[in-house]
Design a protein around this ligand. Structure first.
Ligand SMILES: Nc1ncnc2c1ncn2[C@@H]1O[C@H](COP(=O)(O)OP(=O)(O)O)[C@@H](O)[C@H]1O
Ligand SMILES: [Mg+2]
Length: 424
């Protein structure tokens, strides 16, 4: 049942001036309000209005300029814990809008309902609470629009709703969202930290691998020196002694035969020592440089494997020196590539070529063997070792191969020719 107080005391309210875009219920209310004396003669119409106001599901009340309630629907009063009669005539601000959610008082001049209708404006608010009779509050959404009489504001009509369930769901959603963001941020931070650790250990491993290569080369060099100085010298002395004996025992054929055998064994031992020394530290690399060492390596490979070998180095490059460590690294890579050719390729020919591309040096070794499926990330030590050596030189190693289509391994050393006098 709509409760109302006489409003305007017989004022001549005939032409309602209604704010554009008002909800239907408020349009009706405003019409009802302004034409009240006419409507009172129109019982059926008034009944319709009452039904409508009681059926909206929203709280609806009207106030005069002093903020006193002049009507309120049943559901509105119930939301506040009152009956409609108990609310009529009460100042609505002090009744249900007196404090903020944190209980701080809200002075009436801060009340947006009052401010808005005193300025002749509408307002829609959904971030405040309304207070019940029992002192509890609920989160509310309300809209207040001025009621005008010929341009003069005479009151306001307010619709309001309890939106605590919706706000609660919104908060839960926001919390879930925040929690998700927090977890994503945490996970991202964890992943970045793990990535950084991985990167650091990768760098450390690369440095370790490069250091181990250097140490290994040093050790090989020192073992080679010892073998050369001690074993080599002893074998040479032994051979000289045997030669002397051979001359002395020339007249004793059985001993001579024995001695010939001993000389042969000594020569074989010297050949073996030379091979071991070359493997440990190719003297030609130290004495004649990388290009001569590579050519010698290929010749030696040809004589050992009976494969057709071709060496093709641009003449201009032959003056180019890379420094001791780089040259031994390139030599070891070539050595490993050739070992792979002999072990896996079943090739009939191999070609080693070197040429310049701008400031880069490219050394390629190609075989015409059975080829392979190139692994995206090599895990076997031969290919890995070559990659690491290339990387330590600031270069890169590329393997092009297909099963049945041979293999090409290309080492690119970037910018090494920048300081060399090599015509393009
Ligand atoms: N020139 C080649 N032709 C065919 N297959 C090759 C060649 N080089 C390497 N491979 C393949 O790549 C694999 C990995 O080589 P590598 O890392 O040097 O290991 P390993 O020689 O000890 O087997 C070899 O086992 C072989 O299957
Ligand atoms: Mg290998």
């Amino acid at each position: 049942m709509l409760r109302r107080r006489p409003f305007g005391h017989g004022s001549s309210l005939t032409r309602p001036v209604v704010t554009a875009a008002l909800p239907a219920s408020q349009l009706l209310l405003t019409a009802m309000f302004t034409d009240l004396h006419q409507l009172s003669h129109h019982h059926a119409w008034r009944r319709q209005l009452e039904l409508l106001l009681e059926s909206t599901g929203e709280g609806i009340y009207g106030i005069d300029l002093g903020g006193r309630c002049i009507f309120i629907n049943q559901i509105g009063a119930e939301m506040l814990g009152f009956s409609p009669d108990e609310v009529l005539g009460r100042n609505m601000h002090y009744l249900m809008h007196h404090s903020h959610a944190d209980s701080r008082l809200m002075p009436v001049h801060d009340c947006r309902i009052f401010r808005a209708f005193q300025q002749g404006q509408g307002v829609r608010v959904d971030d405040e609470v309304l207070w019940r009779r029992d002192g509890t509050a609920f989160e509310a959404e309300y809209a207040s629009y001025p009621i005008r009489d010929g341009g003069k504001v005479v009151g306001a009509v307010v619709t309001f709703n309890d939106i605590s369930t919706r706000k609660c769901a919104e908060r839960a959603l926001q919390e879930a969202h925040n929690e998700l963001e927090r977890r994503v941020a945490q996970r991202t931070a964890d992943l970045s930290a793990a990535n950084e650790q991985l990167r650091q250990s990768h760098v450390a491993l690369q440095r370790l691998s490069s250091h181990l290569n250097t140490v290994r080369e040093e050790e090989r060099r020192s073992v080679a020196r010892d073998i050369h100085d001690e074993l080599g010298a002893s074998l040479t002395a032994l051979q000289l002694e045997l030669n002397w004996l051979q001359r002395r025992l020339a007249s004793e054929p059985p001993l001579q035969t024995k001695l010939d055998g001993m000389v042969e064994i000594t020569q074989a031992a010297m050949g073996a020592v030379r091979r071991i020394l070359t493997d440990l530290r190719p003297g030609v690399l130290d004495h004649l440089g990388l290009w001569a060492a590579l050519e010698w390596l290929l010749q030696d490979f040809q004589s050992r494997s009976a494969l057709q070998c071709r060496y093709d180095c641009a003449a201009a490059l032959e003056r180019c020196r890379l420094g001791r460590d780089a040259e031994i690294a390139v030599y070891r890579i070539a050595q490993e590539v050739l070992t792979n050719v002999s072990r896996h390729a079943q090739a009939s020919s191999v070609e080693l070529s070197a040429h310049a591309e701008a400031q880069d040096l490219l050394i390629a070794i190609r075989d015409d063997g059975r080829g392979m499926q190139v692994p995206a990330q090599p895990s076997s030590f031969g290919l890995l070792g070559m990659r690491e050596r290339a990387r330590a030189l600031g270069g890169e190693l590329r393997i092009d191969s297909q099963p049945g289509a041979g293999t090409r391994v290309t080492l690119r050393l970037r910018n090494v020719l920048a300081l060399q006098e090599v015509p393009a």
